[in-house]
Design a protein around this ligand. Structure first.
Ligand code: NAD
Length: 476
């Protein structure tokens, strides 16, 4: 753990193992922190806040540039740790490290533009000004699927804003967090500004974040169930909160789309990170006239994908995070098949060629999926693409919006008016129009409905860590 600028063990002296999901082997042992360690980290963050919040935007910017440089210098080491501990192919891991580092570059620039306002006053002898102030100490809880960039997407804007942070990373990827913090240390971030508490059991750390009055902001990325639990707890002290939660993205192939281009697109986005992405398409609505051409191209590409260790350059599909994830995927596939779905390809665990030691599932396509099937509503977080055929008479928008989630949606069409109507009508926070990668550090990322609250990245991302203060001045 990293507290007050020093590497440290857990007060209780406990450790837990981090394992490789492709082989089941133990990689290393990590301090197993608890309540006392979290309080220690908050103490350090409190001490550091006094001076850090008084630095100028230019001083903080300079430091953020240094973090960007150190992350870029450590890119290979970070990526290798990620492939070993999280499983994604090395090329994808390198891309994630770059994306993670880019938040520091972007907020190094943006922090200099957190302008306040002067506001016209109703009285001639009155003046109004509005300033932004850092909210204070931030508790950040991050997931395993993007184990570096989900940390930096929170830490970069938080420290740019003048806040200090305590991070609790996912228990499946603590080493990725440790490597990320090594870059923070090398860049010379002052002690206590960023702190890391690793823990096998997240609940006690979360409880301290919720109950300690000094933590004024809670930022969380993970499942909707845990997000709701934390939101209820944060309400007790009216903490500022941001939540990036689950998703159930529709991917729409319109009657006028090019089915081959749409199939090429969906292969890239659906199987990214073995389907373990919150913006992964979970319902593919394909116009009946396009189904054959779309499925033909889609299946031929999927069947060429190779699963295995992310260190093998020819591998496009890594393991799932754990056994429970494999079981969830398999349960959804079996349920769909029992209720009449058609298996186009895949549909089984992968155990041959030594893969039985890891958590592998074949990339899978299901056709003829209906609303009665679990996969139509439950987030899959795995390599399964469920295809739903629709007709001109169906209300496409109503079907696509029929979910409690609202994170990402995708549309393939060649008609400008269709594109605009669907963009306006879809109740999702991020929409790709003929585009499978509608995310960038400069673009606000986040969801509607039960996919979360607040945005990360872009100018909106730093406002999550700033309080608004208004001054009314009388000239009399
Ligand atoms: P999870 O909610 O189980 O875990 C996420 C984090 O919360 C981990 O650090 C975990 O240790 C912690 N946590 C779990 N229980 C806790 C508790 N009681 N108190 C405090 N912390 C607790 O989710 P997961 O399985 O790790 O991640 C997958 C989920 O995350 C998916 O639903 C996915 O859609 C979502 N996700 C969303 C985004 C986004 O930006 N919207 C990004 C990545 C993942």
């Amino acid at each position: 753990m990293f507290i007050d600028g020093k590497w440290t063990t857990a007060e209780a002296g406990r450790v837990f193992a981090s394992t490789n999901p492709a082989t089941g082997e133990v990689i290393d042992e990590i301090p197993d922190g608890g309540s006392a360690d979290t309080v220690r980290a908050i103490d350090a963050a409190e001490n550091a806040f006094a001076s850090w919040s008084q630095t100028t935007a230019y001083q903080r910017s300079e430091l953020l540039y240094k973090v960007y440089d150190s992350m870029c210098a450590n890119r290979e080491e970070l990526a290798r740790t990620m492939t070993e501990e999280q499983g994604k192919p090395l090329r994808a891991a390198r891309n994630e490290v770059q994306y993670g580092a880019d938040f520091f570059l972007w907020y190094a620039e943006e922090v200099k533009r957190t302008y306040g306002r002067t506001i016209p006053a109703p009285r001639a002898d009155q003046r109004f000004i509005m300033h932004y102030h850092p909210v204070g100490i931030v508790g950040a809880i991050t997931p395993w699927n993007y184990p570096v960039s989900m940390i930096t997407r929170k830490v970069a804007p938080a420290i740019a804003a003048g806040c200090t942070v305590v991070v609790k990373p996912a228990e499946s990827t603590p080493l990725c967090a440790v490597e990320t913090f090594k870059s923070f240390e090398q860049a010379g971030i002052p002690g206590g500004v960023v702190n890391l508490v690793t823990a096998k059991d997240p609940a006690p750390v979360g409880e301290v974040f919720l109950n300690d009055h000094r933590v004024r902001k809670l930022t969380f990325t993970g499942s909707t169930a845990v997000g709701k639990h934390l939101a209820r707890g944060a309400a007790e002290q009216m903490k500022r909160t941001s939540f990036e939660l689950g998703g159930h993205a529709p991917f729409i192939v319109c009657k006028d789309a090019d089915p081959i281009i749409a199939a090429k697109g969906v292969v890239l986005v659906k199987f990214l990170n073995t389907g373990q992405a919150c913006i992964s398409p979970n319902r593919l609505y394909v116009h009946r006239s396009q189904v054959d051409a779309f499925l033909g191209e889609f299946a031929s590409r999927v069947e060429k994908m190779k699963a295995g260790s992310g260190f093998d350059e020819s591998v496009g599909i890594g393991p799932l995070v754990n056994e429970a994830a494999v079981e969830k995927v398999d349960r959804q596939v079996k349920d769909a098949l029992e209720k009449g779905a058609r298996l186009v390809t895949g549909g089984r665990r992968l155990t041959d060629n030594g893969l039985d030691k890891g958590h592998f599932y074949t990339p899978t396509i299901l056709a003829g999926v209906t609303p009665q099937m679990r996969i139509y509503r439950e987030e899959t977080f795995g390599p399964v693409a469920p295809v739903i055929e629709y007709d001109d008479t169906d209300d496409l928008l109503a079907m696509a919006n029929d979910t409690s989630y609202g994170l990402a949606a995708y549309v393939y069409t060649r008609e400008l008016s269709t594109a605009m109507q669907l963009f306006e009508g879809l109740r999702f926070g991020i929409i790709g129009i003929n585009d499978i990668n509608p995310t960038a550090v400069a673009a606000p990322f986040g969801g509607m409905k039960e996919s979360g609250l607040g945005r990360e990245g872009g100018p909106e991302g730093i406002l999550e860590y700033l309080d608004v203060k208004v001054g009314g001045f009388s000239l009399r």
